[in-house]
Design a protein around this ligand. Structure first.
Ligand SMILES: [Zn+2]
Length: 422
């Protein structure tokens, strides 16, 4: 039994299933209770956001396919009120290796699936060119015809290219189903890990630089067209999205400024135009002598953008008077902040800011997936932990709570919704 402390609050229960290789039938069934309201925030998160809101800093963000740079100043841009701070996030070699390993495993699983489908349904596939050549050679040499266990050619199809037998009617082995399940589980786990990484990084950046940030408008989809794989490793769009949500949650905003009036990557803080091609990673200004990483310089410049009409990103311009004054006031310290080697943060080794205050025993934010160990058929046996979780979270208004109950499949059935309360 669960109850809402305010029954009039809009809520609903969704029945969902997700891939789980260890569950009977390959699916875990869950009931999600969704309550309309603000999301749940742990005390640690609330404290972190309150601290960030009180920072009195403004910053600029520069995002591209493989890095995200943030540079922030105190709101007054006066050295007396605070230091210039910079952070640069990039994908480490270690992480690149990990992603490459993951891609290899994915490919291996896909190949195994393809091979086992062909082996289970040999009449639905033609021979590959090599297999045909070999059969011909054997026939010419007077040898007996040899049975091919895994035909390597195209699917047998009709004149319009439709498979003669629908894929859903294929005979699939148990191993095939298990591998398919693991594949789907791994893909979902990868997506979840990426989203968590983005949230964690965004939280750390807003905690350091405050929630008042500006970013040059860019088209993530254009990056994907050009640098698909690099984008997949770094997921800049997801990072910027997470940063935007974190800024809003901490009472600020990630303001988007148009590129037309600013051209941040082509200018210096002194106001001089320093043209760079995409391949040039270093900014070196001939008129004021500022040198540094191009992404950090353009992030620093973004901090000085002003938008004349808030609803119109194209009305953005850079306040060069203010930036050159800050350049003079901060001098060497600004130079050090935008220097190339400064603050490289490895995305996945970053400490989770939510974790420290919670202590080791309270790490899970959601009802753990292992609730799926409820005995099969026990449609009413809701795990007691889930229960405590439900009442604890629903008891704290306002909440968007997604709790999970898992029910075993009904006895005698591979899978199904029978036994779930309607
Ligand atoms: Zn300059």
């Amino acid at each position: 039994v669960h109850y809402l402390d305010r029954p009039e609050r809009w809520h609903k229960v969704d029945l969902v299933r997700r891939r789980d290789a260890s569950a009977a039938g390959g699916w875990a069934y869950e009931a999600h209770l969704v309550v309309l309201g603000d999301g749940y925030r742990s005390p640690a998160t609330r404290a972190r956001r309150e601290a960030a809101a009180g920072l009195e800093r403004v910053g600029g963000v520069d995002a591209n396919v493989s890095n995200l740079a943030v540079v922030s100043f105190p709101r007054s841009f006066e050295p007396a009120d605070g230091e210039v701070a910079s952070t640069r996030i990039t994908v480490t070699d270690e992480e690149q290796d990990r992603l490459a390993r993951q891609r290899r495993r994915d490919r291996g699983r896909q190949r195994a699936l393809q091979r086992s489908r062909r082996a289970g349904n040999p009449s639905q596939y033609q021979l590959s060119r090599r297999q045909r050549r070999r059969a011909r050679r054997r026939a010419e040499g007077g040898l007996a015809e040899r049975q091919v266990s895994v035909p390597g050619g195209a699917r047998v199809a009709d004149a319009r290219g439709r498979p003669r037998q629908p894929y859903r009617d294929d005979a699939l082995s148990r191993t095939h189903r298990r591998v398919r399940c693991r594949h789907a589980e791994a893909a979902a786990g990868f997506r979840t890990a990426g989203a968590q990484r983005a949230r964690r990084l965004a939280a750390a950046m807003v905690a350091d630089h405050g929630p008042h940030l500006r970013i040059e408008e860019g088209s993530v989809s254009a990056w994907f067209r050009r640098w698909g794989r690099a984008c997949l490793a770094f997921t800049p769009g997801r990072l910027v999205g997470a940063l935007e949500r974190e800024c809003t949650a901490a009472g600020g905003a990630l303001l988007r400024v148009g590129t037309a009036g600013t051209a941040l990557s082509q200018h210096c803080l002194c106001g001089a135009r320093v043209a760079k091609t995409l391949g040039q990673r270093v900014h070196a200004c001939p008129s004021c002598g500022l040198t540094g990483d191009r992404d950090l310089v353009s992030a620093a410049l973004a901090a000085f953008t002003v938008v004349d009409q808030p609803s119109l990103p194209a009305s953005a311009r850079v306040d060069y008077q203010r930036s050159s004054r800050a350049l003079g006031a901060y001098g060497q310290r600004l130079q050090a902040a935008v220097a190339e080697s400064r603050s490289q943060v490895a995305p996945l080794t970053l400490r989770n800011p939510d974790r420290g205050a919670q202590g080791p025993g309270r790490r899970r934010r959601r009802v753990p997936a292992r609730l799926s160990t409820a005995p099969p058929g026990s449609s009413t046996a809701v795990d007691r932990n889930a229960h405590a979780h439900a009442s604890a979270r629903v008891g704290r208004p306002p909440v968007v709570w997604t709790g999970l109950w898992t029910f075993g499949p009904a006895p005698g059935r591979r899978s199904g919704m029978a036994g779930l309360p309607r």
